[in-house]
Design a protein around this ligand. Structure first.
Ligand code: KG4
Ligand code: ZN
Length: 347
C-alpha cells in the first residue's frame, strides 16, 4: 500500500510517500527555521500560513520524485495532533481534500505515535514489546509499548519537555532557535567537570521528569559568572556542557529504572532530542550494562518529518482504520487514548 504522509504540527512541513512493500519511496522537508528565527521561537500564525504555501508544492515534488501520480496513492496520513491548532488544520484540510479528490481513505495520526514508530523505519527494527523514551520539543515521556496503539505511560515531564529545556537554555546562552543542536555543539567545547548541575528528580521514586529547575540553575550560574556584562567564551561552553550532561544523566537514570521496572530488554528513543550524540552514547552504555538493546531512529527521522506520519498511518490503514466524516484537529491528545491495531473493524 502506498501512503502519502503529511506533517504540519509545528515548524516543519514534511511530506513523504511510504510503500508497505518497498519502504520510503520519496520525501521532502521544508523547515521554517529562517521564518521564526528572528522571533526566537515559533509564531503560530506565521507557521500556519507557511504550511499553506508549502504543503501542496511538496506533495507534487514527492510524487514526481517517486515517479507516481495521485492515482497511485492508496491512502493519506496527516498529523491530527498534538501541535499548533492552525498548523494542524492546514495539513488536515489538505490531506482530507486530496483524499476526496483521489477517493482514497485518510487517517489522522498522533504526532507522538509517529515519532514513537519512526525507529521501525530503520533496519534492524525493534520487535515489540519495548520501552520508548520520547524526547521532543513538547514532550518527554517514557512509554511501555506492547504493540501499535498499546501504550502505557510510565512517566512524563511535570513541566518543561527536554527539548524545551534545551531551547530555553539556548536563549539564555544567546544561541539561535532551535536551540537543542546549538547547545549540543557548544557543549563539545566545554571543560569536563568544571560545573556539575543537579540531576532533577532522580532521588524520588517513579519515572516522571522535571527540567524547569535546571533552567533556573543555568540562569543563576550564568549570572554568577557574568562580570561587568561579559561572560567569557569558555565559561559559556562549560555551562552548556554541564546542562547537557545533567539532562542526559537524568534521562539515562530514568530509562534504566523503566527497563528494570518493566523487565523489558529493548529501549527505543525518538523525537528531536534523540538526535543528541551524548544521549545516544550514554544510552548505548546503559543498554550494555543492562543487557538490553537500543534502537534509535535514523537522524533524519528524529526531528519532525513526513515519513514517520506516512508509516504510522499506513500501519493503521492496513489494519482497516480510517477517518470517518468528522474532522478534528487535536492540539492536545493523549497517546494512551489511541486504539490498538486490532480493535477496529475494517472499513
Ligand atoms: O520532535 P521535534 O522535531 O519537534 C517536536 O515534536 O517538538 O523536536 C524538536 C526539539 C527541539 O526542542 C530541538 O531543540 C530539539 O528537539 N533537538 C535537540 C537536538 N536536535 C533537536 N536537542 C538536543 N540535542 C540535539 N542534537
Ligand atoms: Zn515532533
Amino acid at each position: 500500500m502506498k501512503v502519502l504522509g503529511i506533517e504540519t504540527s509545528c515548524d516543519e512541513t514534511g511530506v513523504a510517500l511510504y510503500d508497505s512493500d518497498r519502504g520510503v519511496l520519496a520525501e521532502a522537508l521544508y523547515s521554517q527555521i529562517a521564518l521564526h528565527q528572528r522571533y526566537g521561537g515559533v509564531v503560530p500564525e506565521l507557521a500556519s500560513r507557511d504550511h499553506l504555501r508549502k504543503t501542496l508544492p511538496l506533495v507534487r515534488q514527492v510524487l514526481a520524485q517517486a515517479g507516481v501520480t495521485g492515482k497511485d496513492v492508496q491512502g493519506i496520513a496527516y498529523t491530527a495532533g498534538p501541535g499548533l491548532a492552525g498548523a494542524l488544520l492546514v495539513g488536515g484540510a489538505i490531506a482530507r481534500s486530496l483524499g476526496m479528490v483521489w477517493q482514497v481513505p485518510t487517517i489522522g495520526v498522533h504526532h507522538m505515535e509517529g515519532h514513537l514508530l519512526a525507529p521501525l523505519l530503520a533496519t534492524p527494527a525493534p520487535a515489540f514489546p519495548f520501552v520508548a523514551l520520547l524526547v521532543s520539543g513538547g514532550h518527554t515521556q517514557l512509554v511501555a509499548v506492547a504493540g501499535i496503539g498499546e501504550y502505557q505511560l510510565l512517566g512524563e515531564s511535570l513541566d518543561d519537555a527536554a527539548g524545551e529545556a534545551f531551547d530555553k537554555v539556548a536563549k539564555l546562552l544567546a544561541l539561535p532557535y532551535p536551540g537543542g543542536p546549538e547547545v549540543a555543539k557548544l557543549a563539545e567545547l566545554g571543560t569536563p567537570g568544571r560545573f556539575v548541575f543537579p540531576r532533577p528528580m532522580v532521588n524520588r521514586p517513579g519515572l516522571d521528569f522535571s527540567f524547569s529547575g535546571l533552567k533556573t540553575f543555568v540562569l543563576t550560574t550564568l549570572q554568577q559568572h557574568t562580570l561587568q556584562g561579559v561572560l567569557d567564551a569558555q565559561t559559556r561552553a562549560d555551562i552548556a556542557m554541564a546542562f547537557e550532561e545533567a539532562v542526559v544523566a537524568t534521562l539515562v537514570i530514568k530509562c534504566r529504572r523503566a527497563l528494570q521496572q518493566t523487565g523489558l530488554s529493548r529501549l527505543v528513543i525518538a523525537g528531536g532530542v534523540s538526535a543528541n550524540r551524548r544521549l545516544r552514547a550514554e544510552l548505548a552504555t546503559l543498554v550494555a550494562e543492562e543487557r538490553a538493546e537500543l534502537f534509535c531512529p535514523p537522524l533524519q527521522y528524529c526531528t519532525d518529518n513526513g515519513a514517520m506520519i506516512a508509516y504510522a498511518g499506513c500501519r493503521r490503514l492496513l489494519a482497516g482504520q480510517a477517518d470517518d466524516l468528522a474532522f478534528h484537529a487535536r492540539p492536545r491528545w493523549s497517546l494512551e487514548s489511541l486504539p490498538p491495531l486490532a480493535a477496529t473493524s475494517p472499513i
